[in-house]
Write a protein that binds this ligand. Structure first.
Ligand SMILES: NC(=O)C1=CN([C@@H]2O[C@H](COP(=O)(O)OP(=O)(O)OC[C@H]3O[C@@H](n4cnc5c(N)ncnc54)[C@H](OP(=O)(O)O)[C@@H]3O)[C@@H](O)[C@H]2O)C=CC1
Ligand SMILES: CC(C)(CO)C(=O)C(=O)O
Length: 334
C-alpha cells in the first residue's frame, strides 16, 4: 500500500466518530478535510471543535481557522489520498457513490464503521481497482453542542482503532495522541466480535439510560448475554470464528454479564469505568429520529440465522422493538 508523504485525509461523513478521529489527526498535524452536513459544517466553521478524553489531560480546542470543513463532496474528496468513511451503515452506498464520482482512483478508502458489511458495500461500488481497508473503532464518542461553544466530542471509553492487516503505514499515519491505531491480524473475526457486542446498541437505545447505568442493571446485562449467546450459536453454525477483543472472547463476556452485581463489578471493572454520559450510537439515531443500524447488527445475525437454521428469539424481539421505535409515531397502532 503506497501512501504519499503528508497525504490529504478526507473524513467522509463528519459526525461523532469522524469529528473525533479527524480532529485528533488534525491536532497531530495531519492534513484533514471534513465532509459534513450543512448544519455541522456551519457550526464547526463558526466555532471550531473541542476534543476531550475519558482519561483527561488530552483536551484540545481547534479554532475554525485551523480546520478545513465543507459540505461539498467534490471539495472534500477531490484531492483526498485517504478517505475515512465514518457514516452510519445505511449511508454507505450513497457515500460510495460520492467517492466513486469525486475521489482519485488511487485514493485509499477506509471504513471506520460498525457492522461487517460496509467494506464490501464500498468495494462493490468502487470496483476492484480501489483499495478498501476494513477498520474498527472500539471507543465511544459523546457529541455535545452548546450554543456559542465549539462543538464538543469526548472519547468516553478506551481502546485503539483497528485496521486490517498489511496496513502498517496507514496504521502509523492514523496512530495519534487521543486516537491510537494499530493493525489487526484477523479483522473480519474482530468485526464479528464487535458486532456481537454492538447487539447492546439497541438495548441501550431502548433503555434510554447511559451505558454505565445499563451495565449496572443485571436485567439489561442478561438480555445482552442472551443475544450474544444466540449470536455465537449462529456464528458457530456458519463456521465464523469471532476474534478476541482486547484479549477477551465474546463467550467470556456472555458468561460474565449475567452474574450478580457484586461479582460482575469485580470481574468487569473495565466495562463500568466509562464516562457516565456514554451511550450507544443507536440511541443517538433513535433520539434524532434517524434510521438506525439495527438491520446491519441484529438484522445481520438474523439473516445468517435463517441460512443456518438457528433460532434467535431474543435478537428478533429486540430487532422488532427497535423497528417499532424507529417508525413515525403516526404509523404506530393505537
Ligand atoms: N458514535 C460512536 O460512539 C461510535 C460509532 N461507531 C460507528 O461509526 C459509524 C459512524 O457513527 P457516528 O459517528 O456515530 O455517526 P454520526 O451519525 O454521528 O455521523 C455520521 C455523519 O455523516 C453524515 N453523512 C451521512 N452521509 C453523508 C454524506 N453523503 N455526505 C456528508 N455527510 C454525510 C451524517 O449526516 P445525516 O445523519 O444527516 O445523514 C452524520 O452527520 C457507525 O457505523 C457507528 O456504528 C463505532 C464506534 C463508536
Ligand atoms: C463503542 C460502542 C460499543 C458504544 O456503544 C459503539 O460501537 C457504538 O455506540 O456504536
Amino acid at each position: 500500500m503506497m501512501i504519499p508523504s503528508n497525504p490529504h485525509i478526507a473524513i467522509a461523513g463528519a459526525g461523532s466518530v469522524g469529528c473525533y478521529i479527524g480532529g485528533r489527526l488534525a491536532a497531530a498535524g495531519r492534513d484533514v478535510v471534513f465532509l459534513a452536513r450543512p448544519a455541522l459544517n456551519d457550526a464547526i466553521a463558526a466555532r471550531g471543535l473541542t476534543l476531550s478524553d475519558l482519561k483527561g489531560g488530552k483536551d484540545v480546542t481547534l479554532a475554525p481557522e485551523t480546520l478545513e470543513v465543507t459540505d461539498d463532496p467534490a471539495t472534500a474528496l477531490g484531492s483526498a489520498d485517504i478517505v475515512l468513511v465514518t457514516v452510519k451503515s445505511g449511508a454507505t452506498a450513497a457515500i460510495a457513490e460520492e467517492i466513486a464520482t469525486h475521489a482519485k482512483p488511487e485514493a485509499i478508502v477506509v471504513s471506520l464503521q460498525n457492522g461487517v458489511d460496509n467494506p464490501e458495500i464500498l468495494r462493490r461500488r468502487l470496483g476492484d481497482g480501489r483499495t478498501v481497508v476494513a477498520g474498527m473503532v472500539p471507543f465511544n464518542i459523546v457529541q455535545t453542542r452548546e450554543p456559542g461553544e465549539p462543538v464538543s466530542f469526548r472519547r468516553a471509553t478506551s481502546g485503539k482503532v483497528m485496521l486490517a492487516e498489511d496496513t502498517a503505514a496507514l496504521a502509523k499515519l492514523l496512530d495519534v495522541a487521543g486516537s491510537p491505531a494499530r493493525e489487526q491480524k484477523d479483522m473480519l473475526g474482530l468485526q464479528w466480535t464487535k458486532l456481537l457486542l454492538n447487539l447492546n446498541n439497541a438495548l441501550n437505545a431502548l433503555a434510554g439510560v447511559p451505558l454505565a447505568d445499563e451495565f449496572s442493571d443485571r436485567g439489561w446485562r442478561r438480555l445482552l448475554a442472551a443475544q450474544v449467546k444466540e449470536g455465537l450459536a449462529v456464528l458457530k453454525a456458519a463456521g465464523i470464528r469471532p476474534a478476541r477483543f482486547e484479549g477477551i472472547h465474546p463467550r467470556i463476556v456472555a458468561n460474565v454479564l449475567p452474574l450478580p452485581d457484586t461479582a460482575f463489578r469485580l470481574l468487569a471493572r473495565g466495562m463500568l469505568s466509562i464516562d457516565p454520559r456514554a451511550r450507544s450510537s443507536m440511541w443517538d439515531d433513535l433520539e434524532a429520529r434517524k434510521p438506525t443500524e439495527v438491520d446491519f447488527i441484529q438484522g445481520k445475525v438474523m439473516s445468517l440465522a435463517e441460512e443456518t437454521g438457528i433460532a434467535t428469539p431474543v435478537i428478533e424481539s429486540v430487532y422488532l422493538q427497535v423497528k417499532d421505535a424507529e417508525a413515525p409515531a403516526t404509523a404506530r397502532p393505537i
